[in-house]
Design a protein around this ligand. Structure first.
Ligand code: NAD
Length: 258
């Protein structure tokens, strides 16, 4: 029988803002499996919330990291490098776009809004892996990122974030190719709609969620715990031969044509 035991492993999770964050569900399941957690939160605004979430987790490290500067990412890893032996798991669960760019016509997306969304939501995976992978030991490690089906299909309202997810998924494949011989695996989870701070600002989010439940083969929306369980699989030895993959956790919605 296979049991996922991450005792002795260390995971860094980027993107916990509150108890609804997908990153928080993933952090919890990794913690339950025995991993030591490092939580990289964006800024002061979320620090108290994040501190409260992890207050009972002994040995957890909290670090601030705004990913818009490479130097912030590099210094996170240099600070934790002194406290851990090796890093085994990296979770990227970060996205941002201006509210104005998450509604109306995609045609109206401005250059600065495009740059911002792509920078935070897609480019950030590159420094997060570039500076994090060297901390992974001889056994390698696992990196996961969070994506959405708007990378390949049009979801009106999701707009520039769809462009960012297309870039992110391409990065996952290129990074998987770069790091495969180091036994560092890079995958993404393409999740169905979930109520979080980020999804709330997408202008047609409610429609997306309703249609998803109506049309998916399983006839319902997903739960955040279903994403976390797939994350656990991707972060553990159970997925040792899987890299560069986009795994859908969407009750099958992506396979439907009608
Ligand atoms: P969330 O708002 O809880 O998480 C987004 C995180 O990004 C927050 O923790 C925020 O602090 C962080 N962030 C934003 N700008 C940052 C910056 N400059 N530096 C560092 N961190 C920054 O929302 P979520 O829904 O949990 O989103 C997590 C990931 O899941 C995102 O990539 C999102 O696109 C993806 N996703 C969400 C859904 C959904 O329906 N909620 C579906 C598929 C994929």
């Amino acid at each position: 029988m296979y049991v996922v035991d991450l005792t002795g492993k260390t995971a860094i999770v980027f993107g916990v803002a509150n108890h609804r964050s997908i990153a928080w569900a993933i952090a919890q399941i990794l913690h339950q499996a025995g991993a030591r957690l490092i939580i990289a939160y964006q800024n002061d605004r979320v620090r108290d919330t994040v501190e409260k979430l992890v207050e009972k987790w002994e040995g957890t490290i909290l670090v601030e990291c705004d990913v818009t500067e490479d130097s912030n990412v590099a210094s996170v890893y240099s600070s934790i490098g002194q406290e851990i032996d090796t890093l085994d798991i990296i979770v990227h669960s970060i996205a941002y776009a201006n509210k104005d760019d998450l509604g109306g016509a995609f045609l109206e997306t401005g250059r600065e809004g495009f740059r911002l969304a792509l920078d935070i939501s897609a480019y950030s995976l590159v420094p997060i892996v570039k500076y994090g992978a060297p901390l992974m030991g001889d056994d390698g490690g696992s990196v996961i990122a969070m994506t959405f089906q708007a990378s390949t299909h049009v979801f009106p309202g999701y707009n520039v974030m769809g462009t960012a997810k297309a870039a992110l998924e391409n990065e996952v494949k290129q990074l998987a190719s770069d790091l495969g011989l180091s036994n560092v695996r890079v995958n993404a989870i393409s999740a169905g709609p979930l109520d979080t701070l980020s999804s709330r600002v997408i202008s047609r989010y409610r429609d997306m969620k309703r249609v998803h439940a109506e049309r998916s083969p399983m006839g319902r929306n997903i739960t955040v715990n279903e994403v976390a369980k797939t994350a656990l699989y991707l972060c553990s030895d159970l997925s040792s031969g899987v890299t560069g993959e986009i795994v859908h956790v969407d009750t099958g919605y992506n396979i439907m044509g009608l």
